[in-house]
Design a binder for this molecule. Structure first.
Ligand code: ADP
Ligand code: MG
Ligand code: ZN
Length: 641
């Protein structure tokens, strides 16, 4: 959204190089055309033909004992092939546009058939009419033949230019494609960024410095040079960087790390140089390197494949080190993965200011929703607060997406304004995928799904540290057959081991319910994503959180953090790896046992819930309550008093 509000002007300033390139391409084109013409002419010309008057040709052609085998007519030209020859050796011109018959040639073989026709054709010349290949036809032919050649020549010269671009500043290709958001364009300000108060607070200082650099210089304050915005994807880092430029009213030069990745050898570094020199000319200004992890990941995690990235990264470091204290340029960068960044970037004098942009809390989510519903017509019944409550863990981008999807849904349904139902549909669509009412499920599958979801719901409801059940449905959505939603009553930053174990158990609840009702061998593929979730959560509990019984308080660096690669190998022994695997298995076994104990103890509730689901397909919190009320927690599923 913010993207569209800004008018961008690209900072390209070297038309000279461009026209040079066009000129040399044109020159090559002409040269090739000329060469091909010469070759063609040689072929077309062939051996010299004798010119004879047309009257003589007609006379000879009408003679049963004449020497002509074939007459080839091309436009007004008549080429004569003699008997026993395979090429025309004589040529003539007929008068006007008429046929040869108009000039006196007799069609001797007309009306003859069979052997008589054959004998006749032996005596008299055959007549062949050819397309009139005028000059333009030839030109077209030539053009079609050499066009691919030209394309290849241009491509190669372009490649050569890129290869040399690294050493030559004059090449158009190495120039930064940085977008400049000038002060006169429509601005993004802190008002457009909802929530994130502490990040805004941190950045206010940067804004102030950009506005009044003198104030800081006078006091000998060292000006921050690099600010790193860190946070999950979609939390508004890019938006925040633009807002800083907007607040300070300074030019904003931005480039994305992923753009560097697409470049040819040496171009990345040259773009960095160009970007910094432009920013210095326009100081005070902001350089923004979005997704900097794309070029600046740890050198050891990169294997041998990153030499180009390394050049780009080094150039960024060189430019930042070369800044004067009063250059008035602030470099901002954004990343989702601070842990992946090369440490060299984070040293003093480089990106030494860190601003964390976090996932929004409930009240911030409400603010973000308000920003994105502003200007959209909404019905009375729309309840943004309950949506804010339901969307724990969603980023600003997710919320913007929900707002947009709900407008789309309302339009599709033909509503005049967005209803709460549109909102709910949009939320579930964004969270899981579109509803697929058309997906056919036979009665058996519906029954399995109903028991599966009922299993999740009951285990989740009964276990003390799991969140309350919000909604259960057996309408397929996305790639799932049904969904059971649990909603946290409030946002929490930490989860206890009890809570995580309850989450594991309720995830197992689906498959266990299937097993109890349809038998051990009736296992379906419907639980694969549950099992994957269990495996992932159990692994992170052991590897990242130190929650294993036998590995309590030990954490193991994972490959995802870039701490090690396949080539360097795991930084722990095979024996430890086996221990980790055993701990993970222990967690998931425990979870299935607890789920099984809960469901065995609540068989009647399970049947009842499944039955209600089959009848109504979707049950909301209020409808679930009377059914789940009878469920109890067996001693065998308890973890603590
Ligand atoms: P990031 O760069 O952190 O991945 P973006 O800045 O690209 O995230 O955010 C994507 C979109 O999400 C923004 O254009 C905006 O529409 C929305 N958004 C994210 N965070 C917020 C916020 N705090 N307030 C308003 N909109 C937001
Ligand atoms: Mg971004
Ligand atoms: Zn499931």
């Amino acid at each position: 959204m913010a993207e569209k509000m800004m008018n961008k002007t690209t900072g390209r300033s070297n038309n000279n190089d461009k026209s040079n390139m066009v000129r040399s391409a044109l020159f090559t084109f002409v040269l090739i055309c000329f060469g091909v013409f010469l070759i063609m002419n040689m072929n077309y010309g062939g051996p010299q033909k004798t010119e004879v008057p047309i009257s003589e040709v007609i006379k000879r052609a009408n003679d049963p004992n004449g020497d002509i085998a074939k007459l080839t007519v091309t436009g007004n030209t008549v080429d004569i092939t003699l008997k026993g020859k395979d090429q025309p050796t004589e040529t003539s011109r007929k008068d006007g546009s008429g046929t040869l018959y108009d000039q006196g040639l007799v069609n001797h073989c007309e009306d003859l058939e069979g052997d008589e026709l054959k004998a006749c054709e032996e005596k008299y010349p055959a007549i062949e009419y050819k397309e009139d290949n005028n000059v333009w036809g030839i030109v077209l032919d030539v053009a079609l033949t050499i066009l691919p050649i030209i394309a290849i020549v241009i491509f190669f010269s372009w490649m050569m230019r890129q290869a040399t671009a690294a050493n030559s500043q004059s090449m158009a290709f190495g120039k930064a494609k940085a977008k400049l958001y000038g002060p006169d364009k429509k601005k993004v300000t802190f008002k457009d960024v909802a929530g994130n108060e502490s990040a805004k607070q941190d950045l206010t200082e940067i804004v102030d410095f950009l506005k009044n650099p003198k104030k800081y210089e006078k006091l000998g304050a060292k000006i921050p040079r690099g600010v790193l915005l860190a946070g999950d994807p979609g939390t508004g880092k890019t938006l925040m960087a633009r807002a800083v430029a907007g607040e300070a009213d300074v030019p904003f030069f931005s480039i994305s790390g992923s753009e560097f990745a697409e470049m040819f050898v040496g171009v990345g570094a040259s773009r960095v140089r160009d970007l910094f020199s432009k920013a210095k000319k326009n100081a005070p200004s902001i350089i923004f390197i979005d997704e900097i992890d794309a070029v600046a990941h740890k050198r050891d995690a990169r294997g041998g494949a990153g030499r180009e990235d390394e050049q780009t990264l080094n150039q960024i470091l060189v430019e930042m080190d070369g800044f004067d204290n009063d250059s008035g340029v602030i470099v901002m960068a954004a990343t989702n993965r601070v842990d992946m960044l090369d440490k060299a970037l984070l040293r003093p004098g480089r990106f030494d200011r860190h601003v964390n942009v976090t996932l929004p809390e409930r009240k911030d989510r409400l603010e973000i929703l308000k920003v994105h519903f502003k200007g959209k017509p909404v019905s009375e019944d729309v309840d943004l607060e309950s949506l804010a409550k339901k969307t724990a863990g969603s980023s600003g981008a997710d919320l913007a997406n929900i707002a947009n999807e709900s407008a789309i849904t309302a339009a599709r349904e033909g509503h005049k304004s967005i209803t709460n139902a549109d909102l709910t549909e949009a939320f579930e669509r964004v969270a899981i995928g579109p509803e697929r009412k058309s997906k056919v499920m036979n009665d058996k599958e519906r029954k399995i799904t109903a028991y599966h979801e009922a299993g999740h719901a009951i285990v989740g409801h009964v276990l003390p540290d799991s969140d309350p059940v919000h909604k259960v449905t057996i309408i397929p959505r996305g790639s799932t057959g049904g969904v059971t939603w649990f909603l946290p009553p409030e946002d929490r930053s930490y989860k206890s081991i009890y809570e995580l174990k309850d989450i594991l158990a309720r995830a197992m609840g689906g498959r266990i319910a299937e097993k109890l009702i349809f038998g051990t061998d009736a296992i379906t593929t419907g639980a694969s994503s549950d099992l994957r979730n269990v495996a992932e959560l159990a692994k992170s509990m052991i590897v990242e959180e130190g929650m294993g019984d036998g590995t309590r308080n030990l954490v193991f660096p994972s490959e995802a953090t870039g701490y090690y690669t396949i080539t360097t190998g795991k930084p722990y022994s095979e024996k430890t790896a086996e221990q980790i695997d055993a701990e993970i298995k222990k967690l998931s076994d425990e979870a299935s046992v607890r789920a099984e104990n809960v469901l065995k103890a609540n068989k009647t509730v399970l049947d009842k819930l499944a039955e209600e689901l089959l009848a109504h397909e979707t049950l909301e919190e209020a409808e679930l309550e009377p059914i789940l009320k009878g469920a109890k927690l067996p001693e065998t599923a308890k973890l603590h008093k």
